[in-house]
Design a binder for this molecule. Structure first.
Ligand code: NDP
Length: 331
């Protein structure tokens, strides 16, 4: 039988955490034959709620769940983990300056980076969900220099899945038949959802999304803004954020990273830029990637038109500014 993998979820008493931990315990993230031990971290004011989540996990009697650690101690939480999903973060509150939020998150990610570096399992894969996700991931990378940069990522898979969902609704096709959308850049409203290379499986073979939609104005306008603003639309409808789809996307992200992307399919992941597509090196930027043997590779050689270039540059620009702001909070 397989040895259990220890999976850390920070901010586990929060909304996303509540949706995410049962998915992990059911094998949605690492597969139906992979036992797991859940490590849940939260801050002291949330300790009681966290313990409640632990009680529910016990009550759910998940066959794959071999143990639960619920703690407010960062070192205990990080010890031995092979996967770390960082959902805990300081939320933007009304009236707060961006710099204030950034200062809080920089200090959280700095201390968690050190704990992961010292105590996580070798080759631990890290996924940052908490916003500003790309920049939090970058801070984590900076303060965990012994964790290889290929092991640190941020979540843009929800945006990617939203793009697939919008195309499937528009064309009235199954979402599983739509693939190869791309989210470029920041997990923020400056992200660029790109379907120039996306295809749909049809009875007469694979067809480009652009050819089937036949409405460039929609694809270049409303489609993009709908994906960019979907989070806000869900908050408006539910009065709560999109925790279910965020948790599901986090599972998709780790599953594809660990178990591989299907042949001919790519997904979007926020990863450390090596300068591909003229994106400044040293940003955590969302690219199209394929995964094999537990490693991602940026899909190379896709033609980029002028419209896309501008949008890719604008979101890179925003990330450079966030990076500068984060560094200014460190000093
Ligand atoms: P959620 O679980 O709803 O969200 C957690 C984080 O994920 C937020 O930063 C949120 O960003 C981000 N996020 C990214 N994508 C999405 C999405 N699609 N939908 C919703 N959120 C998204 O927040 P809660 O407040 O319910 O829970 C946060 C938990 O973190 C709390 O239990 C809190 O105690 C804990 N916490 C832990 C800290 C630590 O570990 N040191 C520090 C501070 C808090 P956004 O804010 O932009 O919505």
């Amino acid at each position: 039988a397989k040895q259990p993998v220890r999976v850390l979820v920070t901010g586990a008493a929060g909304q996303i955490g509540y949706a995410l931990v049962p998915m992990i315990a059911r094998g949605v993230m690492l597969g139906p034959d992979q036992p797991v031990i859940l490590h849940m971290l939260d801050i002291p004011p949330a300790a009681e709620a966290l313990n409640g989540v632990k009680m529910e996990l016990i009550d759910a009697a998940f066959p794959l769940l071999k143990g639960v650690v619920a703690t407010t101690d960062v070192v205990e939480a990080c010890t031995g983990v092979g996967v770390a999903v960082m959902v805990g973060g300081f939320p933007r509150k009304e009236g707060m300056e961006r710099k204030d939020v950034m200062t809080k998150n920089v200090s959280i990610y700095k201390s968690q980076a050190s704990a992961l570096e010292k105590h996580a399992a070798a080759n631990c894969k890290v996924l940052v969900v908490a916003n500003p996700a790309n920049t939090n991931a970058l801070i984590l990378k900076e303060f965990a220099p012994s964790i290889p940069e290929k092991n640190i990522s941020c979540l843009t898979r929800l945006d990617h899945n939203r793009a697939l969902g919008q195309i499937s609704e528009r064309l009235k096709v199954q979402v599983c038949d739509v693939k190869n959308a791309i989210i470029w850049g920041n997990h923020s409203s400056s992200q660029y959802p790109d379907v120039n290379h996306a295809t749909v499986k049809t009875p007469s073979g694979e067809k480009p999304v652009r050819e089937l939609v036949k409405d460039d104005a929609w694809l270049n306008g409303e489609f993009i803004s709908t994906v960019q603003q979907r989070g806000a639309a869900i908050i408006k409808a539910r009065k709560l954020s999109s925790a279910l789809s965020a948790a599901s996307a986090a599972c998709d992200h780790i599953r594809d990273w660990v178990l591989g992307t299907p042949e001919g399919t790519w997904v979007s992941m926020g990863v450390y830029s090596d300068g591909s597509y003229n994106v400044p090196a040293g940003l955590i930027y969302s690219f199209p990637v394929t995964c094999r043997n537990g490693e991602w590779t940026i899909v190379q050689g896709l033609p980029i038109d002028e419209f896309s270039r501008k949008k890719m540059d604008a979101t890179a620009e925003e990330l450079s500014e966030e990076k500068a702001l984060a560094y200014s909070c460190l000093s």
